[in-house]
Write a protein that binds this ligand. Structure first.
Ligand code: GLP
Length: 268
């Protein structure tokens, strides 16, 4: 006997897609959401992302902290991923990225800023520890996500299934190529990473996915308007109870016009 699972999506399930003009507007909207979360719940658990996309968001959070408008002292953070084989002090590690762009500039408590350990001898054990830490913190209140050109979130690469738990990932060639710009040579890009799975992301109270630039247009279109499939990992967010997609004009270029007027979609 063969089984087919049909997911019926209600109109209300649609992601909250917010169209904004450009990268600056996207970053400002994202920063307002994160700041609102921290003001409403000072001991929030934030899920954080790396890459070029959230840089503007982090810049604004640092600026608002410096101006006395934000207090991170009770906040806990969990990053999505780390390269396997890079130590926290390696300049291209996500530890170093977060240190440079956020942790060193705000009053986050270092003991409450977590990233997976890319140097762990036993990756499976480290993955289990990371999930247990997220669970012990009560789960993620607000998860910030970027999107890879192939539709990945965190380092959840296109696959024939969704990985639920934190796991070891063999990066795909297109991801290695895309991330090579951060490394001196293509050969220096690690081939493996450790990434949070879809379980922690889908259990987050609120997810905000940021997308900017024409190289993200196809991934955004497939993730938001296409079928839910592990071949486009971000498409799973269509099933999240509270997912906001902040998309700028270039990244929204392939979204059909009707999406701009339907459901819960806002023009920012
Ligand atoms: C990496 C990260 C992702 C990020 C993606 C897109 O693969 N693991 O979390 O969303 O890159 O990066 P960028 O924002 O630089 O396009």
């Amino acid at each position: 006997m063969s089984w087919m699972i049909v997911i019926v999506k209600m109109e209300d399930d649609r992601m909250d897609v917010v169209f904004v003009e450009d990268y600056e507007a996207m970053s400002r909207r994202a920063a307002e959401i994160v700041a609102g979360q921290i003001r409403q719940k000072p001991d929030s658990v934030l899920g954080l992302a790396t890459g070029s996309t959230p840089l503007g968001l982090y810049r604004l959070l640092c600026r608002w902290y410096a101006a006395g408008r934000l207090d991170f002292s009770a906040v806990t953070t969990f990053n999505l991923d780390e390269y396997i084989g890079l130590s926290p002090t390696h300049p291209q590690s996500y530890h170093a990225f977060m240190q440079e762009h956020l942790f060193s500039k705000v009053n986050l408590c270092p003991a409450r800023c977590f990233l997976p350990d890319g140097m762990a001898g036993d990756v499976l054990a480290e993955a289990g520890r990371y999930d247990a830490r997220i669970e012990a913190a009560g789960g993620i209140d607000l998860q910030v996500l970027g999107i890879g050109r192939n539709g990945h979130i965190g380092f959840n690469e296109p696959d024939d299934h969704f990985a639920v738990r934190t796991h070891r990932v063999h990066l795909r060639d297109d991801t290695i190529q895309a991330n090579a710009r951060f490394f001196p040579r293509l050969a220096d890009v690690p081939r493996e990473a450790i990434s949070v799975g879809m379980g922690a992301i889908m259990k987050a109270q609120h997810v905000v996915l940021l997308a900017s630039g024409s190289d993200k247009a196809e991934a955004v279109h497939r993730a938001v308007c296409g079928v839910v499939t592990p071949r486009v990992p971000a498409s799973i967010l269509q099933l999240h109870r509270a997912a906001t997609v902040l998309v700028d004009a270039d990244a929204a270029a392939l979204m059909p016009e009707k999406w701009r007027h339907a459901g819960r979609i806002h023009i920012g």
